[in-house]
Design a protein around this ligand. Structure first.
Ligand code: GLC
Ligand code: GLC
Length: 701
């Protein structure tokens, strides 16, 4: 029986290949018969043990024969690179283990190209080089994680995200802020894109001109490595972006393309006239309609059209060209080797184009990510992917698999928490949680309230219809509510990418401004301030308990308000997302210990919630079961993990709500509970009242 476990248990020593003798061996005979030929004639350089591993570990016969031809070619690499026999054995076993997957994905994407085998070899060499450059410490972490494949499902993980320049000027200064992250309880830090960017507008770092150098304004690649070391020492994971759908227009490849180099023109989608772009346009959506209509940009220098899904200076890469896959793989492994634990795959929905489709979420996009994933399993197996697919919930979930992206932003939950806050009704949120929270094994959500991007109302129309909501009208209501147009709204958001043709709009704004704090402070109403603070904590309590990795966009933890000054910077003025990317005000931190300060209260409350989450095993994993509660304003669920259990109840409205305690008794299997947050004891002998926007994390006592 062909069994993968055979490979794992093979003693690496047993497949030792003696380089010394190999040097003198004659060239292997050409074109051996893979399955039937005896080992020696098949390939003189492969030891019997390795061949045995290939035979037993690689199921597809085409994959097997390709590997039998490729492995001997690595010999000269081991030699030139001075790779010890044991190391070579180990990595070759890993190749064998993941070869069926990798070969299958690449065959699917590129098998029809006449020079497929050449590209396969180049991709394998790129993997090996990436592995070879990987620092020893990271290789040790790799081993550890291979043996603990569910490490990212732990309740101990709590994330924060920031822009280095806005938070602390540069990487050196950021290293000094590690105590702040520790005080808050973070164990995961996402640095927004910090690589070299084009001059002027760079889309918040998402227009990268060089993946191997850091923006000189924030530091150097060595500063990044030092920070990664310090973070690891402090028990904080490092998260960076892999912006792989597009490069900036001044990336070396784009520059070569502009100067007429045809090899590099094939890296992008470049057209001499409107004929083909117009055909594509018929079925495409517009992502940044206020930037430029359509998805193509005329380039004066080349006198050609370029595919630019986002800003006109962000050129979409053409992954139909296997050389683009290989080149980006090389950039990815370089980034991984700086010490990244989790890689955020940016704009995954757009990476494959097919005429006649909307060029979003195509099957090949998944195959492509899976191919990257299997390369990583070989070269940097400690690294985990995070999918950024801000699309329909059915499409979001398709990126989530331990073979694709092990973690994913949860945009539906994010949007529906805001939806419930506006309507004071949790029915749509409950419907979505009931059907969409569960994920495949060895994967998890990244839950967030705000991020550097806008809020889009990406919930499913049928989910809405099922609970009596008309999706189109509801989105218009939500946009009106969160821009403060709706009578009685507490929110102070601003529109993003309003498309006059179809009425689409998304929302920008900070957590605190959207939750009512800006309006309350402006109106100087203490009662409104109280409600706003409670809304902020309510949403945080959900994000931290519902299941998945919570991710705080830094500034949220003390209630940062919108910053309207972005309009003064011409490179930012046209993009309202900058309203919720304020510069860190360090002077505010002095207030954080102060009892009378709003910021202090928010900070200390969130810090406390984080600390409790990390001490509560029931918050690990994803197991979540909704409670049936009478009031439409309430949300309740039971979290369970490894025999531990916590009941979460939350009131999404400004009026007190009563809960039938009998429900708690049966769900929590007990008569007395402690609210982990307030410390108060709850008895189920009489009804429980939740105050305005109150929540409880109930643990049986
Ligand atoms: C992602 C980023 C967003 C950026 C876009 C283009 O959606 O989150 O900020 O504008 O990709 O890179
Ligand atoms: C990507 C995301 C979209 C987001 C945008 C940046 O298109 O899919 O939801 O709004 O980038 O704003």
């Amino acid at each position: 029986m062909k069994n993968r476990t055979n490979i794992k248990t093979t003693n690496p020593q047993a497949i030792r290949m003696t380089t010394a003798t190999n040097v003198n061996l004659p060239k292997p005979p050409p074109l051996p018969e893979p399955e039937s030929a005896p080992a020696e004639t098949m390939n003189a350089m492969l030891t019997n043990a390795l061949m045995h591993a290939v035979r037993n570990g690689v199921k597809d016969s085409r994959a097997q024969s390709a590997l039998n031809r490729l492995l001997p070619k690595l010999e000269s690499f081991w030699e030139v690179e001075n790779v010890s026999q044991q190391e070579a054995d180990e990595i070759q076993l890993r190749i064998v283990q993941h070869w069926d997957d990798l070969f299958g994905y690449l065959l699917h994407l590129y098998g029809d190209q006449w020079d497929f085998f050449y590209h396969l070899e180049q991709i394998l060499l790129t993997i090996i080089r990436g592995w070879r450059m990987r620092p020893e410490q990271l290789k040790q972490d790799d081993e550890h994680r291979i043996n603990n494949p569910e490490w990212y499902q732990s309740e101990k993980l709590v994330g924060g995200a920031l822009y280095v320049d806005l938070f602390s000027e540069n990487l050196g200064e950021l290293r000094k802020q590690i105590p702040y992250f520790q005080d808050l309880g973070l164990s995961y830090l996402h640095l927004m894109p910090l690589f070299a960017v084009r001059p002027g507008n760079n889309d918040g770092g998402y227009a990268i001109s060089n993946y191997r150098s850091v923006d000189p304004r924030v530091g150097t690649i060595d500063d990044l490595r030092l920070l990664a070391d310090d973070l690891r020492e402090a028990g904080i994971l490092l998260v960076l972006d892999f912006v792989f759908n597009h490069t900036a227009d001044d990336h070396y490849w784009a520059q070569q393309a502009q100067s007429g180099n045809e090899e590099y023109q094939k890296y992008y989608f470049i057209f001499p006239d409107r004929e083909v772009p117009d055909q594509y346009e018929r079925t495409l959506r517009e992502i940044f309609p206020t930037v430029r209509r359509g998805n193509f940009t005329w380039h004066d220098g080349m006198q050609q059209w370029v595919w630019t899904t986002f800003n006109s200076f962000q050129w979409d890469l053409n992954y139909r060209n296997p050389e683009v896959f290989r080149a980006m793989l090389s950039e990815m492994l370089f980034i991984a080797n700086t010490g990244v634990d989790l890689l955020r795959l940016d704009a995954v929905a757009f990476i494959w184009k097919q005429m006649g489709t909307n060029c979003e979420n195509l099957p090949e996009a998944h195959t492509l990510i899976r191919a990257f994933n299997s390369c990583v399993r070989i070269a940097a197996p400690g690294l985990v992917f995070k999918s950024e697919a801000i699309v329909h919930p059915d499409d979001v979930v398709r990126y989530i698999s331990h073979k694709e992206c092990q973690t994913s932003y949860n945009p539906t939950l994010m949007a529906l928490m805001w939806e419930s806050l506006a309507t004071r009704d949790t029915k749509l949120l409950r419907r979505s949680l009931a059907r969409r929270h569960k994920l495949p094994e060895r994967t998890t959500w990244v839950n967030y309230l705000r991020c550097h991007d806008d809020i889009g109302w990406t919930f499913d129309d049928a989910d809405a219809a099922a609970v009596g909501i008309d999706a189109f009208g509801h989105r218009q209501f939500l946009n009106a509510f969160y821009t403060g147009q709706f009578e009685g709204s507490f929110a102070r958001g601003v529109p993003f990418q309003h498309n006059p043709d179809n009425g689409d709009m998304r929302i920008s704004g900070t957590l605190a401004s959207l939750a009512g704090l800006e309006q309350a402070i402006e109106s100087d109403r203490d009662d409104w301030k109280e409600l706003a603070i409670r809304r902020i904590l309510l949403l945080n309590a959900m994000m931290l308990s519902v299941g998945g990795i919570p991710l705080v966009y830094l500034g949220e933890e003390w209630g940062a308000l919108n910053d309207y000054d972005f309009v003064k910077d011409p490179a930012k003025a046209g993009d309202t997302r900058w309203v919720h990317r304020p510069k860190m005000q360090w002077k505010f931190l002095e207030e954080l210990g102060d009892d009378g300060s709003i910021r202090g209260r928010i900070y200390r409350s969130i810090r406390k919630l984080i600390a409790i989450r990390k001490m509560t095993p029931a918050f690990g994993g994803l197991d979540m079961e909704l409670l049936v509660l009478e009031s439409p304003h309430l949300l309740g669920y039971v979290r369970q993990h490894e025999g531990n259990r916590v009941i979460v109840i939350a009131n999404f409205c400004e009026h007190a709500q009563e809960i039938d305690s009998n429900r708690l008794r049966t769900a929590g299997m007990g008569r007395f509970f402690e609210d982990l947050y307030s410390g108060q004891t709850i008895t189920t002998s009489h009804p429980l009242t939740l105050g305005p926007y109150e929540f409880m994390w109930l643990h049986r006592v």
